[in-house]
Design a protein around this ligand. Structure first.
Ligand SMILES: Cc1cc2nc3c(=O)[nH]c(=O)nc-3n(C[C@H](O)[C@H](O)[C@H](O)COP(=O)(O)OP(=O)(O)OC[C@H]3O[C@@H](n4cnc5c(N)ncnc54)[C@H](O)[C@@H]3O)c2cc1C
Length: 497
């Protein structure tokens, strides 16, 4: 096995994870990445002397006791040398001079909310108790759920049994239905303007539980630093990173991939292949849909039930080193209405980047705004993009609308904001080939079950699948675990043959 060669497509989190696990299993590994830099969606870039951190709002698995923590340490992402920043809250809402926070300290949040909304006491207490119970929810890290036997699946379920009540309460309810359980306008504003209204409420409850369990933090150095550490680990183990190579053809013979091709160039043959890029391209363009996992196909075929999260974003630099009274982290606030992709919005969501002096020194602080978008909005942006001038103008128009609202909310920002960059859902598709601009994978909507996708590909013996798309919700931990799972299945097949 020692000289067996593996080719991996995609140098995002999943591809680098697969590469590191494969090298550790004794394989020789080459990763092919279409972009000139590794990272995929976990990336950042500089504009006008400011840094834009595209990805990490929170990294799950920052406690030693978290199972995913072991994976992060193995991948070089976390170590004693990497400092962590723990934001005090998930997000807050400022309205009419009142600020509500979802603090890490659950009891502090309970107190704050009950003071504002005593009329919602019953529903609030139920919600906070359910958040506590959801602290046991962790992404699977040992074996892919798609490959678990019944016993293993039940064991995984048992490890999260405390969350059963929360699941019964909120597992079949949309965010809008969840919001309707509350009467107080501040509570409704807080819960109703952060997530998409058609998402299932348990996702929101679980996301907050990641904070209250203290499992999330932001590693200093941000998304780019995290990727650099993974690349370093990969290359120190002897891996080869081939950047700027887009795989556009795959040749199959006798149920095996015999070679892959990029721009007419046959890339060196490998014994096994791991696809860690968007699987839609793989099955619908490069090989044949007949090979697709039935769960994955079901999700693509039921677009009303499985949607990718995406957004329109604008980044602003704060051209001042003055002490400014700005909130920390993620904030939402009501504002004058504005339109994005023909939809009206009356809330603004922003995030202040000032916690990492290596990326955002005082004179280079950044604010990013994110307006959540869906598949319908995606079509809008995609159509608009066919005329680059109109597309750019529209992105800029929205950005200036948002800048105005930021200045109205925080007059200290007046005249200090510099527009750095705007990006729409189609940016993620052109950058990473992400399906419908998705920066997280499928979200199962009301009436649809979460699905797991196998790391093996039926009908092609030497092809394996990674990427965040193998599990609902996606995100960094799912992507990292998917790389490990793909190598696990590859090693298993090796042992069997
Ligand atoms: C704005 C934003 C904020 C986010 N915030 C968070 C967060 O706070 N916490 C969290 O957990 N997650 C977050 N995420 C999600 C996280 O970034 C993703 O889940 C994760 O990075 C996905 O990794 P991946 O390897 O599955 O896919 P990708 O990152 O898409 O990597 C796939 C790679 O394959 C390459 N590729 C595609 N096709 C080919 C081809 N044919 N040939 C060669 N290369 C190819 C792509 O260029 C890409 O580099 C965020 C994402 C975004 C965009």
């Amino acid at each position: 096995m020692m000289n067996k060669k593996i080719a991996i497509v995609g140098a995002g989190i999943s591809g680098l994870s697969a590469g590191i696990y494969a090298l550790q299993a004794g394989y020789s590994v080459t990763i092919y990445e279409k972009n000139k830099m590794a990272g995929g969606e976990c990336t950042g870039w500089n504009r006008h002397g400011f840094h834009i951190d595209n990805c990490i709002h929170f990294l799950l698995g920052c406690n030693d006791s978290d199972q995913i923590n072991e994976i992060w340490k193995n991948l070089g992402v976390l170590s004693d040398d990497v400092q962590l920043y723990r934001e005090p809250y998930f997000y807050c809402m400022e309205k009419d001079g009142i600020t509500l926070h979802l603090w890490r300290d659950l009891e502090r949040t309970r107190k704050e909310f009950l003071e504002i909304a005593p009329e919602d006491q019953r529903e609030l207490n139920l919600f906070f108790d359910c958040v506590k119970n959801c602290e046991c929810i962790k992404p699977p890290c040992d074996i892919s759920p798609a490959h678990m036997n019944l016993f293993q699946f039940m064991k995984m379920g048992m490890s999260m049994k405390q969350a059963a009540k929360a699941n019964a309460e909120y597992g079949k309810q949309t965010m809008q239905e969840f919001v309707n359980r509350f009467q107080n306008p501040y509570v409704r504003g807080m819960f109703g303007n952060y997530f998409n209204s058609n998402f299932i409420a348990i996702t929101f409850v679980t996301s907050y539980a990641f904070y209250t369990s203290n499992s999330v933090a932001i590693p200093m150095g941000g998304s780019v630093g995290m990727i650099q550490r993974m690349c370093k680990r990969f290359e120190e183990l002897g891996g080869t990173l081939n950047l700027g190579v887009q795989i556009d053809k795959i040749h199959i013979k006798n149920n095996r991939i015999i070679s892959i091709e990029a721009d007419g160039q046959i890339e060196k043959d490998a014994d096994d292949y791991i696809w860690c890029a968007d699987p839609r391209d793989l099955f619908y363009q490069l090989i044949d849909v007949k090979y697709i996992d039935k769960n994955l196909k079901y999700m693509y075929d039921h677009q009303d039930g499985y949607v990718a999260s995406t957004g329109y974003q604008a980044a602003f630099g704060i051209a001042s080193d003055e002490e400014l009274e700005l909130p920390e982290g993620s904030v939402i606030f009501p504002c004058e209405p504005y339109t994005v992709a023909n939809e009206n919005h009356d809330f603004c969501g922003m995030r202040v980047y000032d916690y990492d002096a290596s990326l955002f020194p005082k004179e280079k602080r950044v604010i990013q705004c994110n307006v959540l978008q869906n598949a319908v909005n995606y079509e809008y942006w995609e159509k608009l993009r066919s005329d680059k001038k109109t597309y750019d103008a529209e992105k800029e128009r929205v950005a200036y609308c948002l800048m105005e609202r930021l200045e109205q909310q925080y007059p200290v920002l007046k005249g200090k904001l510099v527009l750095l960059n705007t990006y729409s859902p189609v940016t993620f598709t052109s950058w990473c080939r992400a399906y419908k601009g998705g920066y997280m994978s499928f979200n199962a909507l009301k009436g649809y079950k979460s699905k797991y996708v196998k790391s093996t590909v039926k009908g092609i013996d030497n092809l394996f699948l990674g990427s965040q798309w193998v599990q609902n919700s996606g995100g960094l931990p799912i992507a990292a675990a998917s790389g490990k799972f793909a190598v696990q299945q590859l090693c298993k097949r090796e042992q069997q043959s």
